[in-house]
Design a protein around this ligand. Structure first.
Ligand code: 8YV
Length: 318
């Protein structure tokens, strides 16, 4: 019976299906050092499934017959792709099924940050609403404003659709290449990054994390943004210089930010927590019951196809 190592929490139905056909070992952080457990259990493993864990030579070098790692995620920056390819280990991921949920969450962050919703919710519940609200409680309009999307992939395009069709927004985008086929449908204009930052009322970061997007937005880029502008990051924390963002938010260089990802996760202590003009969410963009079920089902399918000697539908670099 082939062996599968589950390296993060997995949908119960999918775990049960795996246990019917494979010897399954679940990595449990409560049992001690996770990397030590991975090194121990991958020695004779044929496949792995999970997410949110860095996998590379440091914790996979004991693997003797590992054929596939099936990530329950669309992003694959947690994995040393070159090392896996050198070892003949196929890396699979789960694109498309999470696109709309992620775009919904990006827009929820945009609106929450623009209208100070979490801050004013707390303010009201603390009984601070003593009289008609004043400037400190005012927000930024969204309808008809300019929405700049950094990264017009599937998720970036879904966010642009929401802005264009739902809020009559003027869509600007920056991408490694212009995408006229998408731009035409949304009347979207391709911009250089500085141009987008200077012209956008709302900036949403939706890029994959790679060598080009690492530390893409720092103090210099934030200084290009307008004082009333709002920044949203649903990509990866490493795309953003978090300290520079804290400085920009503290000094009012930008109006607000909505964040779902951070340089270090889980985020348990941060100067961000002291700022009233930042909305912080715990990396939940794809975290709806339905979408996480679809991701787990797709990751299961990817895994089983490779273990059965067939070609998985979503192989990274495939
Ligand atoms: C995952 C994500 O849930 O899919 C991705 O790339 O960032 C999320 O949807 C997360 O990576 C799991 O840790």
């Amino acid at each position: 019976m082939k062996k599968v190592v589950v390296f993060s929490q997995l949908d119960a139905e999918i775990l049960a299906r795996l246990q019917q056909d494979y010897q399954v070992v679940c990595i449990d952080p409560k049992q001690g050092d996770v990397n030590a457990q991975i090194l121990q259990h991958v020695t004779d493993a044929d496949g792995m499934i999970g997410a949110g864990r860095r996998l590379n030579a440091s914790n996979l070098h004991t693997a003797q017959r590992l054929k596939v790692i099936s990530s329950v995620s669309v992003g694959y920056d947690n994995y040393d792709v070159d090392y896996l390819q050198q070892q003949g280990i196929q890396l699979c991921h789960t694109p498309h099924v999470l696109t709309e949920s992620t775009a919904d969450l990006a827009f929820a962050l945009l609106m929450s940050a623009a209208r100070q919703i979490p801050h004013l919710d707390t303010w009201t519940k603390q009984g601070q609403w003593q009289r008609t609200v004043g400037g400190a409680q005012f927000g930024q309009d969204i309808f008809g404003k300019s929405l700049g999307i950094i990264g017009l992939g599937h998720i970036g395009t879904a966010i642009a659709r929401r802005g264009f069709h739902g809020f009559n927004m003027n869509i600007l985008y920056h991408n490694r290449r212009a995408k006229p086929e998408v731009a035409q449908a949304l009347n979207a204009q391709y911009c250089t990054l500085p141009d987008l930052l200077k012209r956008s009322d709302f900036v949403v970061i939706a890029v994959d994390l790679n060598a080009d997007s690492q530390a893409l937005i720092g103090a210099q880029e934030l200084a290009m943004m307008q004082g009333h502008s709002v920044l949203v990051n649903i990509s990866r924390g490493a795309v953003m210089d978090e300290q520079a963002l804290i400085q920009a938010l503290s000094t009012g260089q930008i109006f607000a930010a909505g964040l779902d990802v951070y340089q270090k996760e889980p985020l348990q202590q941060s100067e961000l927590f002291d700022l009233p003009n930042v909305v912080t969410l715990p990396h939940v963009a794809s975290a709806t019951l339905s979408t996480r079920k679809k991701m787990a089902q797709l990751a299961y399918h990817n895994l089983v196809e490779v273990l059965q000697g067939r070609t998985a539908p979503y192989i990274v670099g495939g």
